[in-house]
Design a binder for this molecule. Sequence first.
Ligand SMILES: Nc1ncnc2c1ncn2[C@@H]1O[C@H](COP(=O)(O)OP(=O)(O)O)[C@@H](O)[C@H]1O
Ligand SMILES: N[C@@H](CCOP(=O)(O)O)C(=O)O
Length: 326
Amino acid sequence: MAVYTDINEIELAQFLKNYDIGELLSYKGIAEGVENSNYLLHTSRAAFILTLYEKRVDSSDLPFFLGLMEHLAGKGISCPLPVVQKSGSNIGELAGRPAAIVTFLEGMWMRRPTVQHCAALGEALARMHLAGEDFPMRRKNALSVESWRPLWNNSRTDADQVEAGLTKETEEDLLFLEKNWPSHLPSGVIHADLFPDNVFFLGSKLSGIIDFYFACTDLLAYDVAVCLNAWCFEKDNSFNLTKGTALLRGYNAVRPLSKEEAASLPVLARGSALRFMLTRLYDWLNTPEGSFVVKKDPREYLRRMRFHRQISSPEEYGLAFEGQKA
Ligand SMILES: Nc1ncnc2c1ncn2[C@@H]1O[C@H](COP(=O)(O)OP(=O)(O)O)[C@@H](O)[C@H]1O
Ligand SMILES: N[C@@H](CCOP(=O)(O)O)C(=O)O
């Protein structure tokens, strides 16, 4: 579950007085999610999502996240639209937490994404990158290459208990990535956590993208690499080349990757796998037993790190070079 902060109907009704969204009819905590507390609200007007921001969200980043959703929604990207209070602000406080209300998106996320879902995802990701081009705010990626070592230092003493040899493999990958991380690729607004649980479908049609709380300004191709990791591996941790091809083709149809971006995919995918292994490892070791949050397995991403290590060209992810920008 992800309801870390409990609220009652009296404080919620009081909070809703700041908005012009009708009377509260019902509310309930949403079990899914990892980072924040989410509630589904029904008012006399419509359904909404109330989010109370928890530990990993710095409240000074909220104007970026909420402003980005407003910007993207304004450009026709289907994503939640923050609801503005009567005061004009889109951020409030509830139960001692920064809180916001956003519009409810219809659809469901795919537990087993198909090739068609991967193609639609690639296209939507590229559209989001283009729509973000004129977003004026910037936010540094707090989970990029320079933060991986400090994050790793918090877990390394216990890492081999999770899987023998994890320490050695991680140290070697970290050294490699710190030396070889690309810096001159096109950069812009990226989602940075576009996993299947953050993308809704209605039937086979992609109906929306949610959870912009890791969004930042970083290499656009890194977002593609995150998606290759999150969408194109099977339950047995094997890479599905057909899904990779579909995702990259969908992306390229809207925003063709440059040759340099394409050539960097192996290192970006390896870095993205390490990034999710590290946050999962930290949570694996530090989430108290009996906590309701479902811990995600860092070993899944260790398997991906191993896969990317032996990749020597972007064609191995399914990228066709014809038609690439110079
Ligand atoms: N705008 C929305 N419309 C519909 N459902 C949403 C919306 N935002 C969040 N949800 C629901 O809440 C769940 C958790 O949201 P998410 O933003 O992924 O949380 P977290 O950041 O804590 O991981 C989603 O899986 C979805 O079921
Ligand atoms: N996608 C991350 C965890 C963050 O969860 P989300 O519910 O905010 O997408 C992972 O899989 O490690």
